[in-house]
Design a protein around this ligand. Structure first.
Ligand code: NDP
Ligand code: 2IT
Length: 451
């Protein structure tokens, strides 16, 4: 359950309508509430947003597709999964947002992610709308052939809703370069077109962009670097925790180490490892990216490291915490533990990893807290750079693209910081991100008439 804090009257009514119209979708309610809580002063400055019912409109997806995904496993047994694509808002550009394959996927999860994506994408300054999709398919333990057959069946239904000017998916949990390859291959067969710009996160050599793989993690670290800079501090010498050990976590660890910080722990859904000498990233990459094994195996190769099965990574003292696994992985108790143990900065690589109670603890403690829709926007921003390269049939160097990513993240930091200040919430990046993202979307919606 999400906690109930008071919302301004008109906004409260809009929120109640969202709850009533979308029963049982708790994560979606949570994401909506967090944005609406920031919007009181916006409606005072822009009363036309209220008159034109922008909040009510923005909370209703433009289109939602739910479909059957039938496929055969290696024993020729028929399996049925459910596929989703929620095309939330296209006022700023083609729908854009990742695909998640995880057994916990439901309509409410996809809607929370799609809703967040609208404002995140607006913050990047790139011409992209907001969407999310995925399936309750569980990739764990599946063979290479099963993954391919599933991706082909998923795309056989989804392709009719996509297009480089329509809707451009990418990866998220359970969807990486391998899956994007199979999805793109099937799209190509079904349409007889080599339409590179229809998916991002493609492989280098067949339309992919350098730095996309690294972008979410690198970008989140840049955001933390900027938050610390405002406070006259830096990442050098800081002890860090990074949850997860997937795409976002790996490249968060890489950039933290590059900037002189020391990451001592990372995790997966079974437990976490502590390596006081600093995580050996080459080993993590080999285990996770190449061999697709569990993080527990790390301790088998590094005898001084410890694996804590079922443990809570946030109990470990640190100065910087970067949740990079999944939603609601830091609750109020975890947040209080982090603050008590001396944590001074939190940068969210994951989407909505902190519960409302946890967010409150961080804000009350006055630590540097970078919410996901600002801090992890580097992934989708670099997806937009990939679309730009596809459109111009160009391929940029790693250095050039990384510089662009850094500029975009530094820009998002400045925008969110200054917006918070303008609306009387200095240092509150939650307010800054929600307001800056919302105003951009709302103004465009007004300009385009009743949409
Ligand atoms: P991956 O599938 O590459 O990695 C996910 C990691 O998180 C794994 O270590 C996984 O452990 C762990 N995890 C996933 N679900 C759970 C769960 N329910 N409980 C505990 N641990 C879990 O995904 P990404 O790294 O791409 O995504 C991580 C987060 O970052 C997500 O919140 C995603 O929405 C967000 N994000 C991703 C972007 C991207 O570009 N990929 C962009 C912006 C945000 P296990 O293997 O045990 O499941
Ligand atoms: O949550 C996200 O921003 C992503 N999973 C990346 C989306 C994208 O289209 O690159």
């Amino acid at each position: 359950m999400t906690t109930r804090a008071a919302l301004p009257e008109g906004i409260e009514a809009a929120y109640q309508q969202v709850q009533a119209r979308n029963p049982g979708e708790e994560e979606f309610h949570q994401a909506v509430k967090e944005v609406l809580e920031s919007l009181g002063p916006v409606l005072v400055k822009y009363p036309e947003f209220a008159h034109q019912k922008i909040i009510q409109r923005v909370c209703e997806p433009e289109r939602q597709v739910i479909f059957r995904v039938p496929w055969q496993d290696d024993r020729c047994e028929i399996q049925i999964n459910r596929g989703f694509r929620v095309q939330f808002n296209s006022v700023l550009g083609p729908y854009k947002g990742g695909l998640r394959f995880h057994p916990s996927v439901s309509l409410g999860i996809i809607k929370f992610l799609g809703f967040e994506q609208i404002f995140k994408n607006a913050l990047t300054g790139m011409p992209i709308g907001g969407a999310k999709g995925g399936s309750d398919f569980d990739p764990k333990g599946k063979s290479e052939h099963e993954i391919m057959r599933f991706c082909q069946s998923f795309m056989t239904e989804l392709y009719r809703h996509l297009g480089e000017y329509t809707d451009v998916p990418a990866g998220d949990i359970g969807v990486g370069g391998r899956e994007i390859g199979y999805l793109f291959g099937q799209y190509k067969r079904l349409t007889s077109r080599y339409e590179s710009g229809v998916l991002t996160g493609k492989g280098i050599g067949w339309g992919g962009a350098l730095v996309r793989k690294e972008a979410t993690g690198y970008g989140a670290v840049y955001f933390v670097r900027e938050m610390l800079k405002v406070r006259g501090d830096s990442l050098a010498g800081k002890t860090c925790l990074v949850s997860g050990s997937g795409n976002v976590a790996i490249y968060t660890i890489e950039k933290l180490a590059e900037l002189g910080a020391k990451v001592i722990a990372c995790s997966d859904s079974n437990g976490f490892i502590i390596d006081e000498k600093g995580i050996d990233l080459d080993l993590v990459k080999q285990l996770k990216e190449v061999e697709r094994r569990r993080i527990a195996d790390y301790a088998g190769y590094r005898k001084h490291a410890r694996y804590i099965a079922g443990g809570n990574i946030w109990d470990t003292p640190c100065q910087v915490a970067m949740p990079s696994a999944t939603q609601n992985e830091i609750n109020g108790h975890d947040a209080a533990t982090l603050v008590r143990n001396g944590c001074i900065a939190v940068g969210e690589g994951a989407n909505m990893p902190t519960t409302p109670e946890g967010v409150r603890v961080f804000l009350d403690a006055g630590i540097a807290y970078g919410p996901g829709k600002a801090a992890n926007a580097g992934g989708v921003a670099t997806s937009a750079l990939e679309m730009q390269q596809n459109a111009s049939r160009d391929a940029w160097s790693f250095e050039f693209t990384e510089r662009k990513l850094d500029e975009i993240m530094t820009g998002i930091h400045t925008t969110t910081y200054e917006t918070a200040e303008e609306f009387g919430a200095r240092g509150n990046y939650v307010v800054g991100a929600n307001i800056a993202g919302f105003i951009k979307v709302a103004k465009a919606m007004l300009a385009l008439g009743l949409i």
